[in-house]
Design a protein around this ligand. Structure first.
Ligand code: F6P
Length: 553
């Protein structure tokens, strides 16, 4: 296949961008009174407004042509069919099988994976039921009151984000913690808050070789056995979730206490697997399965809906439009919901580890078009008092997703209307802007003298036409959250297809890991730091000299 920028649609999109560069979003609304209706997609209670974008029908047609020319339909089918589309690791990509709620088999390497998937879901149910009902007892006979997930990246971000989002569903007598950082301060802070006798550690690691997770797991084991005075306590307080049974056994966790998943589940797509155990402990297995059902509904929609009605495809093509034709380098995710506070961090891995690639499928360097954007964000309204200034008046174009939930899970009067009003106000302000004339008129109305009006007015101008999507959910439930997450996963997939990159490997994380291994040795031993660039060598020397100068603890 030709490079994307040589495919049908690409040149048309360039031309379209040039045409639209001087057309405001307000003009687009004026040109088409039906714009909101035509560019709002509904999926059950999910309301997705794509009308505040700098795009017209001709550009949409060209984007759809680009999707066709990129064989998007075929690529989607190949993913769902279990082909080894992760070409560099020679693996299938089947997180969708984990949430396949239909009777359809999913065949990978000539075997239906569904019996194994269902089997592991059943084991998960058994375990979480035992924990939640108090049947699972710790070494000294106490029921479990704290679950601590030790994992990082995909073995932390998804479960952590979902647990926070669904906190209102937690039982009163169980608390779930997530510890990821190798910085001992992270684990230490959690250990201070829990009681060894009633704590269950979940060691979540696909490979079971990850430095951070294994370091935390060893420290947790030491803490526990010291507190309970018996190495045998590990059997009642440690569960492993991994694809690597051998490493789990080596660590000393009983195979009966191991939940499995498979190499065809990418780490950042593993929330739906047994890696979601902390979620299932927090909200119960029925609700965990509701989340799977929500995601499955989006899978079905993604596979079958025409491009113009297809939510993930629409989100993806808008991202392509801005990244490749408007020069947008980043994408903001702005949940106007405190429960979704960890959504941006979670999406950073899903998006940036997937599409932060500089070579195409066949290993050719990509030099003529941009790939994955920088994804970032914070919950509103906090962001408004931090970085929104730049969104409104900075020199960069930053497309943003505003996400809000109509019903709160708290009973505090007045808050939610304020929250929702701010959400709508911000996207309106970004689209509408404020002209120099309007700014002047406001200042004159405030009674300012003419020289102050002229001096201040330019600072109060908002260019407007800053593009946003608004996603509204009725309620934040396991099902609606499952849908939301699956939307973003498929968005990332579609963009990877258009950019012709492998969205499912992550070689870019390896070099730093290798170098950290060497550096740890150098910091611990007295070996000369002689294999580094001059800056790093000097930093090693400096750290060592400072440590040597410090009094022993
Ligand atoms: O370092 C990146 C990474 O490999 C991610 O892709 C993965 O989600 C994370 O580390 C954790 O890996 P594991 O689950 O094997 O511990």
């Amino acid at each position: 296949m030709s490079a994307p920028d040589r495919l049908p649609g690409w040149q048309a999109l360039r031309d379209r961008q040039a045409e639209l560069a001087n057309v405001s979003i307000l003009e687009l609304f004026e040109r088409d009174p039906q714009r909101v209706q035509r560019l709002t997609l509904r999926f059950d209670d999910l309301y997705a407004d794509f009308s505040k974008h700098r795009i017209d029908d001709a550009a949409w047609r060209a984007l759809h042509a680009l999707a066709d020319a990129s064989s998007l339909r075929d690529r989607i089918d190949r993913m769902f069919a279990g082909e080894r589309i992760n070409v560099t690791e020679q693996r299938a990509v089947l997180h969708t099988a984990l949430r396949n709620r239909s009777d359809r088999p999913v065949v990978c390497d000539d075997r239906d994976v569904m019996p194994a998937v269902r089997g592991e879901l059943a084991r998960m149910r058994q375990l979480t039921d035992a924990v939640r009902t108090g049947m699972w007892r710790g070494h000294t006979g106490k029921p479990i009151r704290s679950v601590v997930n030790l994992g990082i990246g995909g073995s932390d971000l998804g479960p952590h984000m979902v647990c926070e989002a669904l906190r209102p569903y937690w039982p009163d007598d169980l608390t779930v913690h997530h510890v990821s950082n190798v910085d001992g301060a992270h684990l230490d802070a959690t250990l201070q808050r829990i009681d060894a006798e009633s704590t269950l550690f979940l060691i979540a690691s696909k490979t079971f070789t990850t430095l951070e997770t294994l370091t935390n797991a060893r420290s947790a084991r030491q803490w526990l056995t010291q507190r309970l005075g018996d190495d045998a306590a590990v059997a009642r307080h440690f569960v492993a979730i991994s694809t690597n049974a051998e490493a789990v056994a080596q660590f000393g966790i009983d195979p009966n206490n191991m939940l499995r998943f498979w190499d065809w589940v990418g780490g950042r797509y593993s929330l739906w697997s047994t890696i979601g155990l902390s979620v299932a402990c927090a909200i119960g297995m029925d609700r965990f399965e509701e989340m799977l059902s929500g995601a499955h509904e989006i899978d079905e929609h993604f596979r079958s809906a025409p491009w113009s009605d297809n939510l993930p495809v629409t989100m993806a093509l808008l991202g392509i439009w801005y990244a490749n034709f408007w020069g947008a380098a980043s994408h903001a995710v702005l949940p106007y919901d405190q429960r979704l506070q960890r959504l941006p961090a979670y999406l950073q891995q899903v998006d940036m580890e997937s599409n932060g690639k500089g070579v195409d499928w066949s290993g050719r360097p990509i030099t003529s078009y941009a790939t994955g954007p920088i994804v970032w964000g914070e919950p509103g309204t906090n962001g408004q008092h931090a970085f929104f200034q730049l969104l409104h008046q900075g020199t960069r174009l930053i497309p943003a997703d505003f996400i809000a939930v109509l019903e709160p899970d708290h009973g505090l009067a007045g808050h939610h209307d304020l929250l929702l009003a701010n959400c709508l106000a911000q996207s309106e302000a970004l689209a509408r802007g404020k002209t120099l004339e309007q700014a002047r008129a406001e200042l004159i109305a405030q009674g300012l003298p003419p020289d102050r009006v002229e001096a201040l007015a330019p600072h109060r101008v908002f260019a407007g036409s800053r593009p946003t999507t608004t996603l509204l959910l009725d309620r934040l439930t396991p099902r609606s959250l499952g849908r939301l997450i699956a939307l973003y996963e498929h968005k990332v997939f579609v963009q990877g297809v258009i950019w012709q990159i492998n969205s499912f490997d992550q070689w870019g994380v390896e070099l730093g890991k290798q170098l950290a291994g060497n550096l740890t040795e150098e910091l611990r031993s007295g070996a000369r730091p002689d294999r580094h660039d001059p800056s790093t060598g000097a930093l090693v020397e400096y750290l060592r000299s400072r440590r040597a100068a410090q009094p022993a603890p």
